[in-house]
Design a protein around this ligand. Structure first.
Ligand code: SAH
Length: 389
C-alpha cells in the first residue's frame, strides 16, 4: 500500500547499469558532497540528493526536479542508486517478512522485517555467509563468501521501505514510521566487515539520511574485541553481544572467537563501549540450548558475571535448522533461567520467536552461499592450536 504524497513508486526500480558507476547508497554525507563537487556541482547538492533518496525514497535522477537538468544528466552518466535485487519474498503467518536478495549470480543473502504493535524492526545482513563458525547457527553452516558493500547494506533499508510501501520521510507528515528499528542481526558478523558497516550505520543515523535514533540501530557481534573499541570511537549506536555461555570452556565451544577473546576481555570492551558512548546498556544475547547452557546454576554464574554492570539479557529460544544436534530448551527451563536472573537484579527478557515458519527466525538465515571459501574461524583456530602456535 502506498502512502499519499510518497514519491516512492515501484517504477522507480533502480537497475544495474554498469560496474563503473558510483552507487550513491554507499556514500556518507561527506563522500556525497565530495562526489557532487567532483561532478562540477556545489557541495550542497549532496543535501538535495539525500533529501530525494532518504526522505522521499526516490531512486531515479530524472525525478529529482530541483536539480539542474545538466547535473542530472551527469549523475545519470556517472552514478546510480541501486538496491539489491530480490530473488524471492516470503511472508510468515505472524506477519514477519523475509526477502532473499541477490549479491552475485550465485550468491544471495537475507533480510527480515518483523512488525510489532508500535514498532517495525528490520533485520539486515552484513556479509554473505559468515566465518565465525558458531556451532548453533545455520548461517555458519554455509561458510563465508564475501562482505557486503556499504551500498548493499544501506540498499537493504532503502529496498525495505519500497517493499513495505513506506516512505522514510513520511514521519514528517504522520509522525509514524514503518521501519522504526534496524538491527544488524541478519547474516554475517558486522564487526568483521567494519570498513563497510560503519559508514552504513552513519547513513542510517544521519538526520539527512534515514534519521533513525542511535538507540534504535543495533549492531550485534559475536565478540570481536578490538573492533568493539574501534566502534566506540567511530559511531554511536546500540550494541548487542552474543554471549551464550557463562564460562570460557563452554563459550569457546559455542562461539569459537572466544578462544581468541575470552569473556573477561569481551566484557571489559563492552563496559568501555558504554562509557564512551554515554549509552544505557549492552544487550547480551543468550541462545537457550537444552542441556547445554540452560541450567539454574549457569543462570547464577551468568548473573554473577553481569551484576552491577549496564547489562540487559535477551534469552533467545534456540531455532532449529536441518542437521543441528541442538534442541530448544523447554519453555519452563527458559522461564526458570530468566527468573534466576531477575531474582539477582538483572534485566532479562525472553525473545519471542517470529517468522520460524519461513525460516526467518534468529540463526535460521541461510541465504544461498555457493563458491564459499569456507574460511571458518573455528577451523583456522584449531589449525593454529594443532600447530602449537
Ligand atoms: N554475528 C552476529 C550477528 C548475528 S545476530 C552475532 O553473532 O551477534 C543473530 C543472533 O542470533 C545472535 O545472537 C546469534 O548468536 C543468534 N543465533 C544464531 N543462531 C541461532 C539459532 N539457531 N537460534 C537462536 N538464535 C541464534
Amino acid at each position: 500500500m502506498l502512502q499519499a504524497g510518497c514519491s516512492l513508486r515501484p517504477e522507480t526500480t533502480m537497475v544495474a547499469v554498469g560496474d563503473s558507476k558510483v552507487n550513491l547508497l554507499g556514500l556518507e554525507r561527506a563522500g556525497l558532497e565530495a562526489f557532487a563537487v567532483e561532478l562540477g556541482g556545489k557541495a550542497f547538492r549532496a543535501r538535495q540528493l539525500m533529501g530525494w533518496m532518504y526522505k522521499r525514497g526516490v531512486g531515479r535522477f530524472d525525478d529529482m526536479s530541483d536539480l539542474a537538468k545538466s547535473f542530472r544528466a551527469l549523475l545519470a552518466e556517472r552514478a546510480e542508486i541501486r538496491v539489491p535485487a530480490i530473488v524471492s519474498a516470503q511472508q510468515s503467518a505472524d506477519g514477519t517478512r523475509k526477502w532473499l536478495l541477490r549479491a552475485d549470480a550465485s550468491q544471495a543473502f537475507e533480510m527480515v522485517f518483523i512488525p510489532e504493535p508500535g514498532r517495525g524492526t528490520l533485520c539486515i545482513s552484513s556479509q554473505v555467509g559468515c566465518a565465525m563458525d558458531c556451532s548453533f547457527c545455520a548461517t555458519a553452516q554455509q561458510g563465508f563468501n564475501r562482505n557486503l558493500t556499504t551500498a548493499e547494506i544501506v540498499g537493504q533499508v532503502f529496498l525495505a521501505h519500497r517493499e513495505l510501501g513506506a516512505c522514510p520521510g513520511e514521519v514528517q507528515r504522520t509522525g509514524e514510521r514503518i521501519v522504526t528499528n534496524v538491527v544488524l542481526m541478519g547474516m554475517g558478523e558486522p564487526l568483521a566487515n567494519f570498513r563497510n558497516v560503519v559508514p552504513a550505520i552513519r547513513i542510517l543515523l544521519d538526520d539527512l539520511g534515514f534519521d533513525i535514533s542511535r538507540r534504535r540501530v543495533t549492531l550485534s557481534t559475536s565478540g570481536l574485541v578490538p573492533q568493539i573499541y574501534r566502534l566506540a570511537e567511530e559511531v554511536n549506536c546500540a550494541l548487542a553481544v552474543s554471549l551464550h555461555a557463562p564460562d570460557d570452556a563452554l563459550r569457546s565451544e559455542l562461539v569459537p572467537i572466544n578462544r581468541r577473546h575470552p569473556i573477561a576481555e569481551l566484557l571489559e570492551a563492552c563496559w568501555h563501549y558504554i562509557d564512551e558512548q554515554n549509552g544505557r546498556s549492552v544487550t547480551f544475547e543468550y541462545v537457550m540450548l537444552e542441556g547445554v547452557n540452560d541450567s539454574p546454576q549457569q543462570a547464577r554464574a551468568l548473573a554473577a558475571l553481569l551484576r552491577g554492570h549496564p547489562a540487559k539479557l535477551n534469552l533467545i529460544p534456540f531455532n532449529p535448522f536441518p542437521g543441528t544436534h541442538y534442541r530448544r530448551s523447554p519453555p519452563a527451563a527458559i522461564e526458570r533461567f530468566r527468573d534466576e536472573l531477575l531474582r539477582r537484579g538483572l534485566v532479562a527478557t525472553i525473545r519471542r520467536t517470529r517468522g520460524d515458519d519461513i525460516d526467518a527466525a534468529c540463526g535460521q538465515l541461510a541465504g544461498r552461499v555457493q563458491d564459499r571459501t569456507r574460511v571458518r574461524l573455528g577451523s583456522r583456530l584449531s589449525a593454529v592450536a594443532a600447530a602449537g602456535a
